[in-house]
Design a protein around this ligand. Sequence first.
Ligand code: FAD
Length: 518
Amino acid sequence: TPRPHWLFGDQLGPHFLDPRHGGPDDKAPVVMIEARSVLRRRRFHRAKAHLVLSAMRHRAAELGDRVTYVRAETYAEGLEQVRGRRASSPLTVCHPTSRRALDFVSGLEGVEVLPAKGFLVSHDDFAEWAGRDKGKGKGKGEGKGSGQSQSLRLEGFYHWVRERHDLLMDGDHPAGGRWNLDHDNREPPPRGQETLDVRGPWRPSEDDIDEEVRRDLDRWERDGDVSFVGRDGPRRFPATRREARTALRHFAAHRLAGFGRHEDAMLAADPVMSHSLLSVPLNLGLLDPAECVELAEQAYRSGDAPLNSVEGFVRQIAGWREYVWHLYWHFGEDYRHRNALRHTTPLPDWFLDLDADAVTANCLSTVLAQVRDTGWTHHIPRLMVLGSRALQDGWDPAAVTDWFHRCFVDGYDWVMLPNVVGMSQYADGGMMTTKPYTSGGAYIKKMSDFCAPCAYRPDHRTGEEACPYTAGYWSFLHRHRTRLAANHRTARAVKGLDRLKDLRELLDTTAERGDAPP
Ligand code: FAD
């Protein structure tokens, strides 16, 4: 008889039940556990809680009498209910996506942990790549002083994935002759336009299950059982396989062609622009990355989408997403506690509460409102508006990671740690990136339409109209002067500090602001 198989809430697509490639037993009965303690432990965005519970309950409805769906306080209690007196009866589970969950299932008697699904590259293949690449020469413009492990650069990994999976390749060469088309994908937003000329993203309609989840959340909140941040409803992201496939096809047909050009640009009235919004169904396990990149390649081969857009999208999924997943496991548990810059300031209440109305700086207020209302913004607002504010103000990186995890609909432990601890807060001292990502207001002005109506001026460092990003940038460089002067990618910027005649005044202004909303 087939062993029962336990599905976590981010393992919801059909590939998690496919018995091939180390999957569960054929026709295995399925177990799902809705553990309330997960929501009780931390204050999640309400739209995220709604989305995950809705997706789990939709999956259970599809599986019908094949599934035992348990509502319990904890996973352990849920399992106890399922296994009854036969506490060590055999059970399988696919490799979970967090270390905490992996430790938990690995410690259970009778449970076999099957290989991870939902990623292109297996743990063994990654280990082979990481080993194989060791000792290879330095990449152009990298190395000295950055402290980054040379063998683990994204670019080399990404080329290897493309070759290995024959993605966007013409024989032995990258399609179109170039691996990297980033240069074509950094355009500012089109001037004078409030939105991009592109068809809007696919959005779902709610059903009875969504309603039921919302009633449960209302009740739990009323009873003081759990508390949330952010606004919820209507649901904006796919919660079923069918919805996820529709969203993917809609993106490939109508939006992929324009994905590249303005990938890094921001428009206040058009938060989504040409982004795919597929991180949610991918991270719930509703879509497999292979089908996403294959569909994108087809669009290129059939002449429906230009190479810069298709390469940009493939790079995000086959490059960045895979890279982040493997770094999470590769860097180990200590990574979560890294704090190379010794930042210890607690997050201010206005930020924790997503109180966008309290903020004057138009970029931050707009982006914080997007998070409050939807639990999502694209990568540049995450990195250069939210993350950059935290970095410049010296907020505790572990608390920043926790905030992103709770407030973003696509946030999970594995994706959060490298993106926030490494990429955004430089708390790993350069294991993942060669320099900290932060900028003054000039970058935000160039890449968005936020600055024109703002009360602050991006080119003012001091005074009433000093842009908090411009002032914050210089004060960040000043605080970490020694470290940043030793890094060849930031040394020039540090030299710029010596030319500032108003540095003292600038530092006083930023200190005066304290943790008041900028
Ligand atoms: P698109 O721009 O359409 O990109 C396509 C896909 O590429 C995404 O759906 C995603 O699956 C993948 N991708 C691209 N970059 C990354 C990356 N750095 N890490 C993982 N996947 C990537 N992504 C998450 O999925 N969950 C997170 O919690 C998350 N937190 C982030 C926090 C910070 C500070 C930063 C800088 C980035 C974070 N990202 C996260 C990466 C990226 O911002 C989101 O994947 C993306 O904005 C999701 O929107 P989209 O699906 O429209 O992406």
